[in-house]
Ligand binder design. Structure first.
Ligand code: ADP
Length: 189
């Protein structure tokens, strides 16, 4: 069982690379952003709680996010491996994830950070805005998401670096080239 965290700021290409990785390695994909969007779209009690927060571009509180994640893990006891996309986004989330993995006799084996400049992120999200029409891609909300990333989420990097599990991949350029670089890291160990 191999478990992977794909890490990076909004617009780094986590979703795009996740799809390719799932196809190749058969990971169970856990995207907390997609899960929250599913809940808000279906107007579940959880969806009602997080809708406003998400639309503002802020992070959902750890307590809610961690509980939702645990539920997803419990739904997939047969998983060959998990790919976490958009989680963890804070150090307490990273600690909770390690604890869950340990309790199941496994671990996070790889953390791959996609490195993209802030300028490129803004260009990509402006483009996505015209295609997907996500409420939180609007300029002001995007600024909030980028701020959340650089104030809270960035601290997850030294957490994994200290554990010796962090690798970076240059996230600008050809999608297939980036994918090959990720696969090379995964296949190495
Ligand atoms: P992005 O394009 O910013 O990477 P996501 O689709 O991963 O967006 O997440 C959308 C929103 O869902 C976030 O702005 C946040 O409100 C909420 N969210 C997703 N994952 C988390 C998380 N791990 N912790 C807290 N909030 C989260």
């Amino acid at each position: 069982m191999i478990n992977l965290v794909l890490f990076g700021p909004p617009g780094a290409g986590k979703g795009t690379q996740s799809e390719k990785l799932i196809q190749k390695y058969g990971f169970v994909h856990i995207s907390t952003g997609d899960l929250f969007r599913w809940h808000t779209k279906n107007d579940t009690p959880l969806g009602k709680r997080v809708k406003e927060i998400m639309n503002s571009g802020a992070l959902v509180p750890d307590e809610i996010t961690i509980a939702m994640l645990k539920e997803e893990l419990d739904k997939n006891p047969q998983a060959k491996g998990f790919l976490f996309d958009g989680f963890p986004r804070t150090v307490p989330q990273a600690e909770a994830l390690d604890a869950f993995m340990k309790a199941n006799g496994t671990a996070i084996h790889h953390v791959i950070a996609l490195e993209v400049t802030e300028e490129e992120l803004r260009t990509r999200i402006a483009k996505r805005r015209t295609i997907e029409n996500r409420a939180d891609d609007e300029e002001e909300k995007l600024n909030k998401r980028i701020t959340e990333y650089f104030t809270k989420t960035i601290h997850v990097l030294p957490y994994y670096k200290n554990l010796g599990r962090l690798n970076s991949v240059h996230g600008i350029g050809n999608i297939d080239d980036i994918f090959i670089n990720i696969c090379t890291l995964l296949d190495k160990k």
